[in-house]
Design a protein around this ligand. Structure first.
Ligand SMILES: C[S@@+](CC[C@H](N)C(=O)[O-])C[C@H]1O[C@@H](n2cnc3c(N)ncnc32)[C@H](O)[C@@H]1O
Length: 280
């Protein structure tokens, strides 16, 4: 592939998803786009670049972008954020009027494991505390990639996927076996909804949230994009809510709209303005 084709193709991905693909990742384009080239009858990535320079190729450009996203996920990924959430939910429940829905956003939800892990955690909390059973919850999973959203909605996982992060007792209790695969039970799926949303867009259309998980996606963005995305997310977060980032991600030095919660490295709340700090 010529450097011009590489720059053109990765420029499309960056403009559409924010994802930065470095010059050492040419192999990724080769491997992930091979089936697309075959289907389109294109002999090379240079030919794909030439095709995408033609008008009327918007759908192809989007398909290429989605093929180049990394969709790795697992249940209860990294453990710690979910332990934090286990203590946060009862506090948010106590702070909200009865009947008010607690809204949780799994931004960049990939194949849905994060959203379903949150739903399982809430079910566990509700079993332990009957007071929580009357609290309505909504878990919204969003992603840019249509194929992963389809999988998230199906809630059907392979043996390998459920083995990553799910204790066997949780698996037996919250899933049913279906021809060698595992389907999340209806009561766990019920609070979860999945829809397409590009993090480069305006999240005001999704409303306000008490909890936001935005994990393992910012790592693919450059710093100005991270800042813009985080600032828009922060504006949608309740003042006493929490934003969970991935283990390798930070908002420190990226934006001042968020402040780490005391003693936490990857859990943030909206930063208070100087006026708010003085009033407190
Ligand atoms: C590595 S997965 C993270 C999944 C999950 N949050 C976790 O931590 O396990 C990253 C996801 O981000 C999505 N993504 C990438 N760019 C995006 C964008 N601009 N808007 C929304 N989702 C995006 C990808 O499609 C992919 O499913």
């Amino acid at each position: 592939m010529t450097p011009a084709s590489f720059a053109f193709l990765t420029g499309i991905v960056r403009a559409r998803s924010g994802g930065v693909i470095g010059p050492d990742q040419g192999y990724m384009l080769e491997t992930r786009l091979a089936p697309l080239l075959k289907r389109e009858g294109l002999p090379s990535l240079d030919a794909l670049a030439a095709r995408l320079r033609q008008p009327g190729t918007d759908a192809l450009a989007q398909e290429m972008t989605e093929l180049l996203t990394t969709n790795e996920s697992s249940f209860f990924r990294d453990g710690k954020p979910f332990e934090h959430l286990r203590t946060l939910i009862p506090r948010l429940h106590a702070a909200r009027p009865p009947g008010q829905k607690l809204r949780i956003w799994s931004a960049a939800c990939s194949t849905g494991q994060e959203a379903y892990s949150i739903s399982i955690l809430i079910a566990e909390l509700q079993e332990a505390d009957p007071g929580l059973r009357t609290r309505p919850f909504e878990i919204l999973g969003t992603d840019i990639t249509a194929a992963v959203l389809e999988r998230a909605r199906a809630g059907l996982y392979s043996q390998f996927e459920v083995q990553r992060g799910l204790p066997i007792r949780t698996l037996m209790k919250r899933f049913t076996q279906e021809e060698g695969r595992w389907r999340v039970k209806p009561e766990i799926a019920a609070p979860c909804r999945f829809q397409s949303f590009n993090l480069l867009g305006d999240p005001r259309i999704l409303g306000r949230f008490d909890v936001i998980f935005c994990r393992n996606v910012l790592i693919y963005f450059d710093v100005p994009t991270k800042a813009r995305v985080l600032e828009r997310i922060a504006a949608q977060l309740a003042p006493d809510g929490a934003l969970y980032l991935g283990a390798a991600e930070t908002a420190i030095g990226v934006t001042r709209a968020l402040a780490p919660l005391p003693g936490e490295r990857t859990v943030y709340g909206p930063a208070r303005t100087e006026a708010e700090r003085l009033r407190a």
